[in-house]
Write a protein that binds this ligand. Structure first.
Ligand SMILES: [Zn+2]
Length: 170
C-alpha cells in the first residue's frame, strides 16, 4: 500500500510535460500501484502519474464508486477523436479549493496500452469521457483552470471548503 501525497497547485511539477513509458519498464508496477492506492483514498474519479510525482504518461479513471463502472488504466493514452461540446462543473485533486465551469466533450475515443502491455482502444461518454480528457491534460501540464474562459465568472469556492484559497494564474 503506497498512498502518495497528491501534488498541490501551484507546484511547478504539475506543469511537467510527461514522457511515454515502455510497458516493460519496471517502474510501472509502482506507478500503477500508487495511482490505485492514492485514488482509492481520495474523493476523486481520476488521477494521473504526475500528480503523485511520476513524470510519466499513465492515467487511472475510477468511476466504480460514482457509476459502478470498471476502472480504466491507460499507459501512453492518445485521444483519437472527441465531440459533443458541453460545459460542466469540474474539480481537481491538485486544486481542491475550487470548482469551475469547463468546456469538455461528451464523448472521446482513446487509445493506449493496458497494464499487461496490450493495446487498448475504447470509447467513453459522459463523466468517464470528461475524466479521460482531464487526466490526459495533466500529462501535458494542462490544468482545468487553463480551460476556464473567465476566472472571474466561472470559478467557485468548493462547497464546504474552509481554509486559504490560493490565487490562480492560468
Ligand atoms: Zn486533476
Amino acid at each position: 500500500m503506497a498512498v502518495r501525497k497528491i501534488i498541490q497547485y501551484p507546484d511547478p511539477f504539475l506543469r511537467t510535460r510527461c514522457r511515454d513509458v515502455s510497458p516493460s519498464d519496471p517502474v510501472l508496477e509502482s506507478v500503477i500501484r500508487d495511482l490505485r492506492d492514492t485514488l482509492l483514498s481520495s474523493p476523486g474519479v481520476g488521477l494521473s502519474a504526475p500528480q503523485i510525482g511520476y513524470p510519466l504518461r499513465v492515467i487511472l479513471i475510477d468511476l466504480s464508486r460514482a457509476e459502478g463502472k470498471m476502472p480504466i488504466l491507460l499507459i501512453n493514452p492518445i485521444i483519437l477523436a472527441m465531440d459533443g461540446p458541453r460545459v460542466i462543473r469540474e474539480g481537481c485533486l491538485s486544486i481542491p479549493q475550487y470548482t469551475a465551469n469547463v468546456e469538455r466533450m461528451e464523448w472521446v475515443r482513446v487509445r493506449g496500452i493496458d497494464e499487461r502491455g496490450r493495446d487498448l482502444e475504447l470509447t467513453a461518454t459522459g463523466l468517464e469521457a470528461i475524466a479521460i480528457q482531464h487526466e490526459v491534460d495533466h500529462l501535458n501540464g494542462v490544468l482545468f483552470i487553463d480551460r476556464v474562459s473567465s476566472l472571474k465568472r466561472d470559478l467557485f469556492r468548493r462547497k464546504g471548503y474552509k481554509g486559504p484559497m490560493p490565487a490562480l494564474k492560468k
